[in-house]
Design a protein around this ligand. Sequence first.
Ligand SMILES: [Zn+2]
Length: 159
Amino acid sequence: MSFHDELEEWEKFLDKENCPICNEESPPEDEIIVAEFDKSWLLAYPEVCLKGTCCLALKPHAVEIYDISDSDLMQFMREVKIASKALKEVTKAIKINYEIHGNTIPHLHMHLFPRYVDDPFPDGAIDYNKVEPAVYKDNEFEEFVEELRKKINEYEWPS
Ligand SMILES: [Zn+2]
């Protein structure tokens, strides 16, 4: 679902009181909290289009970048630094892609996509709905989450 087909529903989510993230309403069953930072949570999911795909969900309710206070935004970007650096090291990706959409849930969150030389989207945008065939085999997902946690804990980040 997106605001294109369910505008009324999406508009309800704009208010903090109805926001599914602020109210911790039905996160996907397979969602794993990799790390909790001062201003965000780093989340990972086993069914993704690129190995190592993560999401940083901002803790304060905000929809657009300009809704975030300067100090919160600076801290959030520091957390993006930590998360993306750890992600690049753990996945050995060539490049991390950063995407902010909010067309399904408007509460601000940033997708982190590791890109690889042989990934399935060489010439265009990432199709995040393409989750088949599965990118993780056996317990690769659990191992990835553990490695990412370990790497993040090695860093010291400003609070
Ligand atoms: Zn919210």
